[in-house]
Ligand binder design. Structure first.
Ligand SMILES: [Zn+2]
Length: 506
């Protein structure tokens, strides 16, 4: 805590009892009204950002067009923007203001392989055959985060609110590949609270442990090649080692905690049967409800690799690929965000929008429920067995979470059907609700020191139960080549659909 903020805390403590709570609330209303006004005025600019990113359809670590658009837009809006931090060319960190409190939005803009789809088309119709695309709606995160931060900036300026608002757009969330590096680089050291931002079919927050811990590594075995029939005794089969590692882990499964998950794919399995393979490769994901539990299983997996190498006379190396802590979502922050969820409420859908959602659900055999009309009440949420690398952030700084209603109920992420609506009027309205809720929550955090103190106190207790450690080996660098070849195959065709917009907030 720096001095200015301590003084502010003291000032608030002195003034509140005299001025009374009613006037404090009134000024809060005024600030939020201004933020909402700014967002309504700039709704088109916000959705131009999100829609542009949809058509960029960039895979993780290849978000070059998207990160440039965000940099240009946010710089023009008065933010300081760093592109390329923590060793990743598409990593965006933007901020406005100075000193504490410092509140950061944490989100991502990457697309998925094979997700290309013509928006609005109910049947499968890629914009570019086999090309990547936004079948989770991460494109909407780009606009909502920028919009909310800009609205907060306008309020900070008008009302002389001290502190900093920041946005972290981390690359390659779909490969869990960036946040541990961003944490390691120290970006969150002077941050007081973060809010995770993600698309969903409702406006909600939550608290507790969300998502699973995951560790992903690639094991490469090295053997000795020989003719499979003439002199197989001279060979050392690296694919045998891969198979033995796989079998070895299956023998372990019985002795693991029921909460574990582990899955693998064989990424090098030899060339042809009569050549003893000198290279075999297997890529593993190990997960569990907590990182120490996942690490325990992972350490056993390492021993199994040693055993497989010993049995086959091969050697092996391990390449760290990715890792993610579960999210530790702060209840104090959830309660604060929920107030703004209730204040903003769900968008007013038109009958045509409801009908379109129902028609889509009917077409695809989903429950025909239309769109969500009421905000979700606050509650704990069940821990998901999937992972998000933003989890690491929540073990070094108190984290809240906000989902906004830009998706259609019943449509699962990571399937092309989820790429039909991210640029629709439904998505656009959901983005407005998301930006307002996010802006209002950041304003509360910037102007209510006791809220941050309470969130921090909760964090100190909860995070101490499982002290954070990084899975990233000290010498590891982010894999900035990730998806490069795949993206280059499609980019020139995808360019034909670019919107070529230059959104400017005002
Ligand atoms: Zn996501």
């Amino acid at each position: 805590m720096d001095k200015t903020w301590m003084n502010l805390c003291a000032a608030v403590g002195l003034i509140l009892p005299l001025a009374g709570l009613a006037s404090a609330d009134a000024s809060a209303d005024e600030r939020k009204d201004l933020a909402f006004e700014v967002i309504e005025r700039n709704a088109q600019q916000m959705t131009d950002i999100s829609d542009s990113i949809y058509y960029f359809g960039e895979l993780g670590m290849q978000e070059f067009e998207g990160s440039k658009l965000l940099k240009d837009t946010l710089e023009a809006a008065g933010f300081r923007v760093e592109l390329g931090g923590a060793g990743m060319p598409t990593n965006v960190w933007a901020e406005y203001g100075s000193g504490r409190p410092k509140i950061a939005i944490v989100t991502e803009i990457d697309a998925l392989p094979g997700g290309s789809q013509t928006p609005g088309e109910f049947g499968r119709k890629p914009l570019v055959q086999d090309g990547p695309g936004h079948m989770e709606g991460h494109n909407t995160h780009g606009g909502v985060a920028a919009m909310a931060a800009f609205a907060v900036k306008q309020v900070m300026q008008r009302h002389n609110i001290p502190g900093t608002v920041a946005i972290s757009y981390g690359p390659a969330e779909e490969q869990l590949a960036s946040r541990p590096f961003i944490v390691r680089a120290g970006y969150f050291k002077d941050v007081d609270a973060v809010i995770y931002l993600h698309i969903r079919d409702t406006l909600n927050t939550g608290f507790g442990i969300g998502n699973y811990a995951a560790i992903s590594s690639v094991f490469t075995f090295h053997g000795k090649t020989a003719h499979g029939a003439v002199n197989p005794w001279d060979g050392k089969d690296a694919v045998d080692a891969v198979v033995l590692m796989d079998m070895g882990f299956d023998k372990l499964r019985e002795h693991l905690r029921p909460s574990y998950r582990a899955h693998r794919t064989i990424t090098a399995g030899g060339i042809q049967p009569n050549i003893i393979a000198d290279k075999g490769q297997i890529w593993w994901f190990v997960r569990d409800a907590s990182m120490p539990a996942a690490k325990e299983t992972y350490d056993k997996l390492l021993k199994i690799a040693e055993g497989a190498a010993l049995m086959t006379g091969t050697t092996f190396d391990v390449k760290y690929s990715a890792s993610a802590w579960p999210q530790l979502v702060n209840k104090t922050l959830a309660e604060a965000i929920q107030k703004n969820v209730n204040l903003v409420g769900m968008p007013k859908w038109t009958e045509a929008e409801h009908e379109r959602a129902r028609e889509f659900q009917k077409t695809h055999g989903l429950p025909v429920v239309g769109l969500v009309t009421a905000v979700t009440p606050l509650g704990g949420r069940p821990q998901a067995t999937s992972s998000n690398d933003n989890g690491d952030v929540s073990w070094v700084v108190p984290a809240g979470s906000l989902n906004f209603p830009s998706a259609i109920p019943g449509v699962g992420a990571h399937e092309w059907k989820a790429a039909v609506f991210p640029t629709s009027s439904i998505s656009h309205k959901g983005q407005v609700a998301g930006a307002k809720t996010l802006a209002a929550s950041i304003i509360d955090l910037l102007t209510t020191p006791e809220l941050i103190q309470k969130a921090r106190a909760e964090f100190e207790v909860e995070s101490k139960r499982t002290p954070y450690f990084s899975l990233v080996p000290p010498d590891a660098k982010p894999d900035v080549e990730l998806n490069r070849v795949e993206m280059e195959k499609y980019r020139s065709d995808m360019k034909k659909s670019y919107l070529n917009k230059t959104p400017r907030f005002n």
